[in-house]
Ligand binder design. Sequence first.
Ligand SMILES: NC(=O)C1=CN([C@@H]2O[C@H](COP(=O)(O)OP(=O)(O)OC[C@H]3O[C@@H](n4cnc5c(N)ncnc54)[C@H](OP(=O)(O)O)[C@@H]3O)[C@@H](O)[C@H]2O)[C@@H](O)CC1
Ligand SMILES: Nc1ncnc2c1ncn2[C@@H]1O[C@H](COP(=O)(O)OP(=O)(O)O)[C@@H](O)[C@H]1O
Ligand SMILES: [K+]
Length: 459
Amino acid sequence: MLRAHAVEQVRAAEAELLARLPEGALMQRAAAGLAYAVLDFLGSAYGRRVLLLVGSGDNGGDALYAGATLARRGVQVEAWLLSSSAHEGGVAALRGAGGRIGRPAPGAFDVVVDGIVGIGGRPGLRPDAVAALAHVAGTPVVAVDTPSGVDVDTGEISGPHVSADVTVTFGTHKVCHLVDPAAQACGAIHLVDIGLTLPEPPVEALQAADVAALLPRPSLDAQKYARGVVGVRAGSATYTGAALLSVSGAACGLAGMVRYDGAPEAAAMVRAAHPEVVGPGRVQAWVVGSGSDDGAEDALRRSVADGVPLVVDADALAHAGLARGRPAVLTPHAGELARMLGVERADVEARWLDHARLAARQYDAVVLLKGRHTVIARPDGHARVTTAGTPWLATAGAGDVLGGLIGALLAAGLTPYDAASVGSWLHGAAATLAARRGPIVASDVARSLPALLGALATP
Ligand SMILES: NC(=O)C1=CN([C@@H]2O[C@H](COP(=O)(O)OP(=O)(O)OC[C@H]3O[C@@H](n4cnc5c(N)ncnc54)[C@H](OP(=O)(O)O)[C@@H]3O)[C@@H](O)[C@H]2O)[C@@H](O)CC1
Ligand SMILES: Nc1ncnc2c1ncn2[C@@H]1O[C@H](COP(=O)(O)OP(=O)(O)O)[C@@H](O)[C@H]1O
Ligand SMILES: [K+]
């Protein structure tokens, strides 16, 4: 599990460790990890030019000590101090190693190290930092701990900020490394272990091993009903494709049986494409709403009446209040969530985590907010982010496949939170796998699931 902690938690863990270590040891660990990450990025040391942008705090200190290490390896290091004060030990170390301090000499740099602010920074950047960044525009950036200017605990961006190619972080991930839009400003993320002992994090991201551990597998004496039956109430005479796509996700093999209950036109197509799918009957989970058109409310009412866990998608989201307090996963994209909450889409896209949590609380259900980094929130505020995925997944009908897949996991007995986060990870990973062969459409994602599942879990 990749864990993202809050600044307050990191500070507490740091204080506990600092009390047991010689002075400066923790920063040395961080700076050593940073220096090696920069060397890795550069590919070689001798003759390379690196500019450190240094703020007043320990983030600048990390940059300066790492700069000293780089200078000893033959890198030409210059530090541009953006504040009247800078980490004294770090400045002395850089000078001692032959680094230069002051406004940068003319000529291009191979890398800029952003040591302006880290977890102690307020969102936004001061004008001198903005001017310094403009001076080196176009140069690759390695950010120290966080890209300066982003809101570390929320992933929000409210002013100027650094956009990094690589972010080297210490001890644990922070929320801004996972949650957009800040996550997009991080580039590749490199975690340096500095020995912190941390509590439960507010945000986490499943990794392949976590997904494999949570995947339902048939027992030796498995029986189709015991494996769970997933029902799909999606599609309509107008939107037959949504029925097919939703069923294609549900028919991933993780539940024992798939039922389809919908318009006869769609049902005929589902039967032709998926002969194993049967008609309406008892299920352990319903998937409702993709392409349901004006039948969505009735479909959701009937599904709620069955008292089983639900996936509420697309057209059914306008009636999501019917599922309040039920075991359910609501799967809006930003536009749908904006309508559910009565806010602008831009507000949702500016504050993904906040809005997903708000909706989860308001609807008393798990909310899966679809996007580049999908956020899954529980009513108690705990959240997961899906980082498996590819921009190729932004294709019509991909959400229908996801709904069906989550339904199968619910029917197999996973909790709504696990079903949503495992389903979302599988969806992103299947798309990534499919996109290795070229651009994809939604049905390619469903077609890629067996190969992915086979690699993750043999029965
Ligand atoms: N915790 C750990 O486990 C470890 C932490 N380590 C490192 O320490 C870093 C945290 O250091 P930190 O606490 O000194 O804060 P930091 O982020 O350098 O800057 C704060 C100062 O900057 C200023 N400032 C604020 N906002 C600003 C803005 N928008 N634009 C410009 N300036 C702004 C403000 O000072 P002011 O100028 O307002 O007096 C404030 O005091 C952490 O990210 C990691 O790199 C590692 O070494 C080891 C393990
Ligand atoms: N830029 C992106 N990178 C990765 N995944 C994305 C991106 N944009 C959208 N997605 C994913 O693509 C899917 C689109 O689903 P959705 O918005 O419901 O489309 P549709 O309604 O056409 O099915 C979601 O799973 C979402 O998380
Ligand atoms: K930084």
